[in-house]
Design a protein around this ligand. Structure first.
Ligand SMILES: Cc1cc2nc3c(=O)[nH]c(=O)nc-3n(C[C@H](O)[C@H](O)[C@H](O)COP(=O)(O)O)c2cc1C
Length: 192
């Protein structure tokens, strides 16, 4: 397949289909801080479109602050049961408020309340504050929908390269590297 976004979608669906994982769509997102250090953490991949790979987060979080200064980003997936490692390098662009609303409404109420209750990446004074703040937020919205906080949104990672590694027990992994070229892609196999 010559379109790596379509190929990603195919691998993702295959990995979802028989996934033993609780967090089936977790992928590692790597950003770069002001000193040039990389920072990786997992997020839920929400969607893949022709424009790119979408994840949602707090727009005041560490990762979002990194992206405001440096839009360069990497995504890494490893789906053990399917045997795929996928590496995406690209540029992150904020999604629109309307798109953020759509993803917000698809979340369950607990996730909405947790996102509303906390300032992600800020210090927490003590562990008991987790339930205190969550319960206060739940009480504040009892019987009503939880509105999307203004600082909850997402990013679309527009890929410049995508590499698929199909794992082989004999270590003869198939590595298929795609680099963006104009409107299309150039494919190159890489040694394992
Ligand atoms: C499986 C898993 C899924 C996660 N999904 C998200 C997510 O979709 N969005 C998010 O902001 N954080 C998510 N987190 C929490 C992040 O890993 C991270 O702790 C948080 O976003 C703060 O990162 P930052 O301080 O580097 O911005 C997830 C963590 C795990 C382990």
């Amino acid at each position: 397949m010559d379109n790596p976004i379509a190929k990603f979608e195919q691998c993702w669906q295959a990995a979802l289909a028989d996934s033993p994982l609780q967090q089936k769509s977790a992928i590692c997102v790597s950003t770069i801080d002001a000193q040039g250090f990389p920072a990786g953490r997992f997020v839920d991949l929400k969607a893949v479109t022709n424009d790119g790979f979408i994840f949602c987060t707090n727009l005041d979080s560490v990762k979002a602050r990194h992206l405001q200064h440096n839009a360069k980003i990497a995504l890494t997936a490893w789906w053990d049961h399917a045997g795929y490692q996928i590496r995406v390098v690209g540029l992150a662009q904020a999604i629109t408020a309307a798109e953020a609303d759509r993803f917000w409404h698809a979340r369950n109420r607990e996730a909405q309340l947790a996102s509303s209750a906390f300032n992600q990446s800020e210090p927490l004074s003590r562990e008991t504050e987790l339930t205190t703040r969550f319960n206060q937020t739940a009480d504040a919205h009892a019987g009503q929908p939880v509105p999307r906080p203004d600082n909850w949104g997402g990013f679309c990672v527009q890929p410049v390269s995508i590499e698929f590694l199909t794992f082989q027990n004999d270590r003869l992994h198939l590595r298929e590297y795609f680099a963006r070229s104009g409107d299309g892609w150039i494919k190159q196999l890489l040694q394992p």
